[in-house]
Design a protein around this ligand. Structure first.
Ligand code: SER
Length: 891
């Protein structure tokens, strides 16, 4: 049974019993605790916690959620069942059916007749586990379903009590396993062997809320959830593995084609009995990671050095490295990506529109990494050469670590290349350095975590008093103080001079979100004035005003007026609407592959980040600026429409990530199809109110992400007028008209270049003119002509080389040694040693003498027998160096 059909059957099974089919959420949801969605229940979390009512008429839903888990990345290909990307099929009940209903429905789908829409699994092969004291679930399995008691096993908290690993909903669970037969491991059920008995479905009886704690087995239970719920997760790829009768999850219909292509491009056979098992793992890594990388790029991630971007980079690099280790010579990514896009498109039709962008991102990383590999290889060869030259046989842990850390050179490649070069690697030393680095990173991230406020102080307000936002309609609202928080603690009152966080029932002040900074304003009552310096949201619904009491005092329960600073808001609206114009203009100029990656706007200024691999040309920037200003000039009405996410997408509105199915969203429309975005921000009512938009420029903010910055409104005007003053200033010092400035500057630069060239030439001639004198001053040391000289400060390494070459030439057939040194313009001490051919024949070597000089000028040198050079730090040691060379010639 093909994976696509396994998905369809799941959905049908649950739709028939009244579940609403909900599309998969993006892999990237607005949850700071999760890099990627890692379970089917994640988008439903607020419904389980009772924070929001589920928008499903019958209180039941089903989904097939895209999930990414990269914690087990090292396991990929080694076990038979770990995919970094997988699809979790789930059914969810919000206060409707509970244990019995969940168990019955799971069983009937798994064991149901294939003709009737089931999966047709043999009931005799199914085993189940339940939580230690969950007699109720055990009884349902045994009495109601008829699973013999010896196939029902009990496990503890770590295995059969499910939570997200962080505070949130949780509960005991029951897992269903499939016995793959004796060839996969030993008898005895899931507690004996979780490879032979493969977990396929987890039924979570979500009835509790967990608090802080560590990991899976050690956390506090805060209490009951408002309702008893069901959350289940069936591993689609695992069921596919069983139903397709293949050995592991990498060989199912969706991934096997990538393995086939990998065989073709690497020239190595999968499962070749004559080659090492490690090759098979590499094939599986390529298949698994190609899919994960593709799906992550589809959802808007680009490679980078932190967070999601880093995971993507790591996946792509592991693919490239595996392919190379299997024997691939050139580029392979395009084939892998095309293949996986082909197999995944039937279930994810949106891939079709994004093919070009996905390829572009993946291929750019491949090109960059191949370059890294090249320079890494060069460095490796140097390091290996040095080890050998010193008669060693082991590359140090430090070298391996530097290759890894600085050049992104994977350790197994270093190991492989070292073994080819007949060397060992100090792996222990390498791992020690790696462990130290991980410990440093951990300490850093913990420090960051503790820097964050403890959110529990807001909890009661989030649950009981979500803030009512009135700022779309008015700038002043009458409100009541619901809470005051000082230094992370709830307090009853605040006095003059205090810095407090104020929670109001109603507020017109915008809280930072969607890239727009929070409003500034005041909270006033009688003689009391608080200045609001920032407004932040806790969760989606609680507004927290960070304020200073400037006059008077405030008590919880006080009636107050909350006022937005009108000038701030005016300019903030301009900047936010300008951001939409820039976004629309950008897509008009660059096409739809330029996907938004983030934005920030505040009064007068905006920046907009987007996924794009190339730098923008000045012409493109000019065009974007022109289109934006034409949109201002068109004086379009700005409309906001509230509708469902599905409807908004159908209208063609651009959605970022993080919106949930069923949510009511706000669409901001400027000029009809020109700009339509999901947005909760504040906007002008006509585009002309934005005022001029001045693009400042564009830059790179990480691999594949570019940033455009612009001013809006009066700030644009100020910026442009400052620019004009600058140009006028330059023009007047050039004694030219403004429009002649570029030409004049170009001519000046050209002249300067020529003058620099002439000076350099004169300098060289001057230096060379001194060679006769130097030769005349040559010492005869044991029959060798020894020419040495400290050149004037500012002489560069290349001058020394020229001079040494000339001197050597002039020494001709005589045995001669030249040692020159100087302090250059950057206070480094370059030095050069030259040895004539006859002197080499007598056993002298420039390389060895350079090593002697290096010792005295606090540096080192290297090169060949006839010419060597180096750099030191202490010119004061040069005369001693000369003496040491003299001694060496004498001995
Ligand atoms: N949330 C559970 C899991 O991820 C079941 O869906 O396993």
């Amino acid at each position: 049974m093909q994976t696509h059909e396994i998905r369809e059957r799941f959905t049908q099974h649950f739709v028939q019993s009244g579940h609403e089919a909900v599309p998969s959420a993006s892999l990237i949801l607005d949850d700071p605790n999760l890099l990627f969605v890692n379970a089917g229940m994640v988008p439903f979390k607020p419904y389980f916690l009772g924070q929001q009512n589920p928008p499903f008429p019958q209180g039941k839903a089903t989904s097939i959620q895209k999930c990414v888990r990269t914690l087990d990345i090292e396991e990929v290909g080694i076990t038979t069942r770990h995919n970094t990307f997988f699809q979790m099929a789930g059914n969810f009940s919000f206060g409707q059916y509970f244990k019995k209903g969940a168990i019955e429905q799971a069983w009937s789908l798994l064991t149901g007749d294939v003709e009737q829409g089931g999966y047709g699994l043999d009931p005799e092969r199914l085993w189940v586990t339940v939580y230690l004291d969950d007699d109720e679930a055990a009884e349902i399995w045994e009495q109601h379903i008829g699973v013999p008691s010896e196939r029902i096993q009990r496990l503890g908290m770590a295995d059969n009590y499910w939570s997200m690993g962080i505070p949130g909903p949780c509960g005991p669970c029951s897992e269903i396993y499939y016995d793959r037969g004796p060839e996969y491991g030993k008898e005895g059920g899931p507690i004996a062997d979780d490879n032979r008995y493969m977990e396929i479905w987890n039924l979570v009886f979500m009835e509790k809320e967990r608090g802080e704690g560590i990991g899976k087995g050690n956390f506090e239970i805060l209490g009951d959830l408002p309702k008893k719920n069901i959350d289940t997760g069936l591993g689609v790829e695992r069921v596919a593995c069983i139903l397709q009768g293949v050995d592991n999850v990498y060989e199912t219909d969706l991934l096997r084609p990538v393995i086939d292509v990998a065989e073709e491009v690497t020239g190595t056979k999968y499962e070749d009995p004559d080659t090492d098992r490690i090759n098979d793992i590499r094939f599986r890594v390529i298949a698994d990671h190609s899919r994960t990388a593709m799906m992550i790029i589809l959802d808007g991630v680009t490679p980078g050095n932190v967070g999601r971007g880093y995971i993507l980079r790591r996946l792509l690099r592991r693919i490239i490295r595996s392919a190379r280790l299997l024997g691939a010579q050139g580029k392979t990514m395009e084939r892998f990506m095309n293949t996986i896009m082909d197999t995944m498109t039937p279930s994810y039709p949106e891939i079709a529109e994004q093919r070009e962008r996905i390829l572009k991102v993946a291929l750019a990383e491949e090109t960059a990494f191949l370059r890294t590999l090249e320079s890494g290889t060069h460095l490796f060869e140097q390091a290996a050469g040095q080890v050998k030259a010193q008669g060693g046989a082991t590359l140090s842990g430090q070298e391996a670590f530097t290759l890894h850390d600085t050049y992104g050179f994977p350790i197994d490649l270093t190991l492989e290349m070292a073994s080819e070069a007949g060397l060992k690697v100090d792996e222990e030393g390498f791992h020690k350095l790696m462990a130290e680095q991980v410990a440093r990173a951990k300490a850093d991230s913990q420090a960051k975590k503790h820097g964050h406020a403890d959110l529990s102080v807001y909890r009661q307000f989030v649950d009981e008093h979500p803030t009512e936002f009135t700022g779309f309609e008015e700038l002043n609202s009458n409100s009541k103080v619901l809470g005051l928080i000082r230094d992370g603690q709830q307090v009853q009152e605040a006095a003059e001079g205090d810095e407090v966080e104020v929670i109001l029932d109603v507020t017109p002040l915008y809280a930072e979100s969607g890239g727009q900074l929070g409003d500034r304003g005041t909270i006033e009552a009688g003689g009391t004035v608080l200045r609001v310096g920032d407004v932040q949201k806790v969760g989606k619904k609680l507004w927290v005003h960070k304020a200073t009491v400037e006059q008077g005092g405030l008590i919880v329960g006080d009636d107050v007026q909350a006022l937005v600073d009108p000038a701030w808001r005016h300019a903030a609206r301009q900047a936010h609407s300008a951001t939409h114009l820039i976004h629309a203009a950008l897509r008009e100029v660059l096409g739809p592959t330029a996907v938004q990656a983030g934005s920030m706007n505040k009064p007068g200024y905006l920046r907009f980040d987007f996924n794009y691999t190339d730098a923008l040309s000045p012409q493109q920037l000019e065009q974007i600026q022109a289109i934006s200003n034409q949109a201002v000039d068109a004086d379009w009405q700005v409309n906001t429409i509230e509708t469902s996410l599905e409807e908004a997408k159908a209208m063609g509105a651009m959605a970022l990530f993080g919106e949930n199915y069923g949510e009511v969203v706000r669409v901001v429309e400027i000029g009809g199809p020109f700009s339509m975005e999901l947005c909760g921000g504040t906007h002008v009512s006509h585009s002309s109110q934005i005022g001029p938009v001045a693009v400042l420029g564009e830059s790179s903010v990480g691999s594949g992400v570019r940033r455009i910055e612009a001013y809006s409104g009066l700030d644009s005007f100020r910026y442009l007028s400052k620019e004009r003053a600058l140009v006028e200033g330059v023009a007047s010092s050039l004694k030219a008209k403004s429009e002649e400035v570029p030409e004049r500057v170009a001519a000046l630069t050209q002249k300067l270049k020529e003058a620099e060239k002439t000076i350099a030439e004169l300098h060289r001639k001057q230096l060379l003119s001194g060679t006769a004198e130097m030769l005349a001053g040559a010492e005869d040391v044991a029959g060798v002509q020894f020419v040495h000289q400290q050149l004037p400060k500012g002489t560069e390494a290349k001058d020394l080389r020229t001079l040494a070459t000339d001197l050597k030439q002039k020494l001709g057939g005589a045995p001669g040694v030249v040692v020159l040194g100087a302090e250059d313009a950057r206070s480094r001490v370059p030095f050069v040693v030259g040895v004539t051919k006859v002197a080499i024949d007598q056993g002298l070597s420039a390389k060895e003498l350079a090593a002697v000089v290096g010792q005295y000028v606090n540096g080192n040198g290297g090169g060949k027998a006839d010419m060597a050079q180096g750099s030191g730090a202490q010119i004061g040691g040069f005369s001693q160096a000369v003496a040491a060379v003299r001694e060496a010639l004498n001995s």
